[in-house]
Design a binder for this molecule. Structure first.
Ligand SMILES: [Zn+2]
Length: 206
């Protein structure tokens, strides 16, 4: 029931457009590099942000209200700064960092910040997005851009370990992603989107 609210097709097409923009597509996807192709978005690590602003990592965590990542949205300029914690402490492994970055990009390309800013007419530029729907959309975006189902067969994905090795997700995320894949195997219909993803991957996996 809740899933009805996630704009799957819309998000699928956003991902197709991003794959189309990328000069090469290789997995694990260099998700930070994707940000370079978004005209109004930049990336900075918590570590660089702390150094530049002469504050501690804990200050950045408090500012972001997150240990893993957040996005600063400048309403007037319509510009985004994605901040991610690049420390691998506290189980924040590379797979999790990859997911966080994908999740934050999802919020940006789905326009969640702009929509909630408009709705709240908020002066606060560090918007905390609490809307459960938006969180689900950002997670769907992250899962799909990092580990797209249309490529599972082509890449010979046959276990959660394969998901982890090929797409570079965390152990937990790989397990969940593979479970979802198996669950959908009988019912998923191959669409033109699937074919487009496969075509772009074959073209750009140089
Ligand atoms: Zn989020």
């Amino acid at each position: 029931m809740i899933n009805k609210m996630v704009r799957y097709i819309y998000i699928n097409n956003l991902i197709l457009n991003i794959y189309d923009m990328l000069p090469t597509i290789q997995f694990p996807l260099d998700i930070k590099n994707v940000i370079n192709y978004l005209p109004n978005c930049r990336y900075m690590s918590y570590q660089d942000f702390a150094r530049i602003n002469n504050c501690s990592i804990n200050d950045v965590i408090q500012l972001c209200e997150s240990k893993s990542g957040c996005t600063h949205y400048d309403i007037k300029q319509n510009r985004y700064l994605i901040l991610c914690n690049q420390s691998t402490q506290n189980n924040n492994n590379i797979g999790r960092q990859r997911w966080t970055c994908g999740h934050e990009i999802g919020h940006v390309v789905c326009n969640h910040h702009a929509i909630s800013a408009y709705e709240k007419l908020s002066e606060n530029s560090l918007l905390q997005i609490n809307n459960a729907e938006y969180e689900m959309e950002a997670d769907y975006f992250a899962a799909t851009i990092l580990a797209p189902f249309p490529l599972f067969k082509l890449l010979n994905i046959k276990s959660a370990i394969d998901v982890q090795n090929i797409f570079g997700l965390s152990t937990e995320a790989s397990f969940y992603r593979y479970k979802q894949y198996i669950k959908g195997l009988g019912t998923r219909i191959k669409t033109s989107w699937d074919n487009d993803i496969i075509r772009l991957y074959k073209q750009k996996n140089i």
